[in-house]
Design a protein around this ligand. Structure first.
Ligand code: FE2
Ligand code: FE2
Length: 226
């Protein structure tokens, strides 16, 4: 596979595909791309009650997404296809941070401090230890962890889009839902550039089960995106 084969699907022409993915996740247990455990829909109600908190957490999620892409580019600077694919994502994620911050300013909110992301920390802890010393194995896991975070974010943005009362906020979250779905597919496609398809598929399936287990140990909080 070459970079030209990567499906850069953040454009609006793929909204139908993305919407299909996001709306089918609750029943997609057998899909290679489907999250195993749907978020409790009541989470969106909790989030609407603590809007400033959820926006702050969201802003920092976007900042961390940009930072993680930059660190992967630095770590794997010898892989030009990876650098080419991730460079525009840095710009998009930082653009997302700015969108969230603009929304907060409009509402008279301050940014607040960065919060501990328990979900992401628990996922990172599950990375197989025996593979941590091998840079290429780490790359596979890091790309798939990023794909999981993007997929779960997409699902939560869909819940906000569908359940919030404010039409402007519903539109706001729709844009994030589409963009993060594109990123999630992109991370898996980048993994396919460097690892055999079977290996990517098996490792992705393992991460989907692992993510389900992690979520079962977390209580959904209205002040957290994850
Ligand atoms: Fe983003
Ligand atoms: Fe993203």
């Amino acid at each position: 596979m070459t970079l030209q084969n990567i499906r850069l699907i953040s454009g609006s022409h793929l909204i139908g595909q993305v919407t299909y993915f996001c709306t089918s996740m609750s029943t997609a247990e057998n899909s290679i791309l489907g999250l195993k455990m749907p978020t409790d829909p009541r989470w969106a109600d909790l989030a609407s009650i603590s809007l400033q908190e959820i926006l702050t957490d969201h802003a920092f999620c976007e900042q961390k997404a940009a930072t993680t892409c930059i660190s992967l580019i630095s770590r794997y600077a010898d892989k030009p296809d990876l650098v080419n694919a991730l460079s525009p994502v840095v710009t998009e994620e930082w653009g997302h941070f700015r969108m969230v911050w603009a929304e907060m300013k409009k509402r008279g909110y301050t940014l607040g401090r960065q919060r501990k992301d328990e979900y992401v920390n628990l996922l990172m802890e599950r990375e197989p230890k025996q593979e941590r010393g091998a840079p290429d194995e780490r790359l596979l896991h890091r790309l798939l962890i990023m794909a999981l975070i993007e997929a779960r974010s997409c699902e939560r943005f869909r819940l906000l889009h569908e359940n919030l009362e404010d039409p402007a906020l519903r539109d706001f979250y729709y844009k994030f839902m589409v963009s993060e779905a594109g990123h999630y597919r992109l991370m898996i496609d980048i993994a396919g550039l460097y690892f055999p398809a079977d290996r990517v598929r098996e490792t992705w399936a393992w991460w989907l089960k692992t993510e389900e287990d992690v979520l079962q140990h977390l209580t959904p909080r209205g002040d957290r995106m994850h």
